[in-house]
Design a protein around this ligand. Sequence first.
Ligand code: KQY
Length: 364
Amino acid sequence: MVRTLEGTPAGDGYRMPGEFEQHDGCWMIWPERTDNWRMGAKPAELAFAAVAEAISRFEPVTMCVSSRQFINARRRLSDRIRVIEMSSNDSWMRDSGPTFVIDDRGGLRLIDWDFNAWGGLDGGLYFPWDLDDLVPRKVAEIAGVDRYRAPLVMEGGSFHTDGEGTLITTEECLLNPNRNPRLSREQIEGYLGSYLNVEKVIWLPRGCYNDETDGHVDNLCCFVRPGAVLLTWTEDKEDLQYERSAEALDVLKNVTDARGRKLEVHFLHQPAPVTLTAEECMGIDSVEGTIPRREGDRYAASYVNFYIANGGLVVPVFDDPADKQALEKLKQLFPDREIIGVYAREIILGGGNIHCITQQQPKP
Ligand code: KQY
């Protein structure tokens, strides 16, 4: 039987490991909504399938699919991928899904945060989000994992941990009044401490330019390993991303982590701006309550939004001259992992990228 637990993960000796630690698998949700994914989500299906197939070379993947799409998804995915029926409002498992925590005695549990579609009725991206909010609970049942219900709005893409007591996040997202308006910075830090078992929160000011999540850190900066981070970067001072990356660097250069280490900061140069074409725009349904898409809209394309799998890295590429350099840089930083680029334009057109559509289940 799956229990809803009293208490907190930290109080019970659980912590969120770094993504670079071993996994038992990866969870994803199939794309479907036609007001977010163009052309009835058909191009996005191929991109999600490519991501799932790439990850499944390294660890088991579960794809959650609505009853309407079950047969289609099953046919489009190889037998290596487990396909299960689950309803949801969209397909961002990083954010609507659970955060798993482990202890050092082989225990695995999950955290079920409140989810409000990135801002609820104050700038959120769609309405309703009730099915998304149930995703962690359903994953708990399927995985047979006990669950903590956390009393605050949080999305998995808004934080990264190093597994050794340090967390990075952005003020733009976590202090946004559309998430937890009644909580102070100190109270939010308190919850991060008691749920993810971290002692040090590093606050970067803002995320990527035009990131519709209100600046999720997973598009801007991540841990390569404890003590080393990777930051999306541009040398172009005219680019609207420049100031954002520069102010993050300023914080990262001047901070120490929970173990007292100064951080090693690496840079990943961003691709050229990705903008919505007239043809792509025409393929998206307009729906009241969903963020509208317009020709020329710039998306927050970043190579940092990759997924770290056991022995591999699945990285968004954009058919951009900077792709090659990004993949080479990642090979230097992750020498023991195979680096796989997946063409991700169709995912970024939905508002996020590979990290945002995946959720690792760590190995206890
Ligand atoms: O990037 C993410 N973590 C989620 C983006 C949601 C976009 C919805 N249109």
